[in-house]
Design a protein. Structure first.
Length: 255
């Protein structure tokens, strides 16, 4: 086993999954952005990244019909080839790179995305197919190495003239496809162990509850007016905390 699962570890993981699932159900993104930095504070990326993949696939099932209706496939399909290639390359990085470097990349990506969103940055046009493909490649690299495909795709979607419903559906579909590819690759490579399965099963009730609560918030007329700003501030806070922790681990005195 990579880690020893204790009641404390499961409880902390469950609360992280609950918070991440609420945000994902509410905004259509943010599960990995929230879960990865927080989970990396209690275990190594290789211990939980497969769990993140699996949970993002499970979370899409309850509202799949509505999600498919709102998806804009012309904006999703060009992301897939680069996302697949990038995820494969990112998985190689995951099992060879320094965990502190991965943590630094995670934190920096979260902070950058949050700042751009708070600035209200938006394009007046949709991206070209080649631009979308490059975004998918970058997202895949982060997906495989840290279970964190969000930053480039979220920024691109929120910067376009899409409606909130379109953005939410596009992000859910793309991240689900990438996560499905990631978990299949992990299984094929023999890197899925019983600890991953136990952790996924133990935190599944938190995932289901959080996804349902987030969906209810999204369909609340009062809450939907503020959902982007609420999620963005939370992501910025998490990114800053993880960034400070990583810098201290890299440059602080040896233990």
């Amino acid at each position: 086993m990579i880690i020893e699962l204790t009641i404390v570890t499961i409880g902390m993981s469950g609360m992280i999954v609950l918070i991440a699932a609420i945000i994902r159900g509410f905004s259509g993104f943010g599960f990995a952005l929230v879960a990865v930095p927080l989970m990396s504070m209690i275990m190594s990326p290789s211990s939980f990244v497969p769990v993140i993949f699996g949970m993002q696939v499970i979370a899409v099932l309850p509202g799949l019909g509505q999600t498919l209706q709102g998806a804009q496939w012309k904006q999703i399909l060009p992301l897939i080839p680069g996302g697949f290639l990038g995820t494969w390359g990112g998985l190689l990085i995951l099992y060879r790179a320094d965990p502190e470097v991965i943590g630094f990349v995670i934190a920096l990506a979260v902070v950058i995305v949050a700042v751009f969103l708070l600035k209200g940055f938006r394009f007046q046009r949709h991206f070209r197919k080649t631009e979308i493909a490059f975004i998918g490649l970058f997202a895949g690299l982060l997906n495989g190495s840290a279970g964190l495909p969000g930053p480039p795709v979220i920024l691109a979607q929120l910067a376009t003239p899409n409606t909130d419903t379109m953005v939410r559906s596009n992000l859910i579909i793309f991240f689900t496809i990438l996560s499905l590819f990631g978990i299949i690759s992990i299984i094929a490579g023999g890197n899925l162990n019983e600890t991953h399965c136990y952790l996924m099963a133990a935190t599944a009730p938190f995932l289901i509850a959080g996804t349902w609560l987030g969906g209810q918030l999204f369909h609340n007329p009062k809450m939907v007016l503020h959902y982007r700003r609420i999620c963005t501030y939370l992501l910025l806070m998490i990114g800053l905390i993880k960034f400070i922790e990583t810098v201290l681990n890299i440059f602080g005195p040896p233990a």
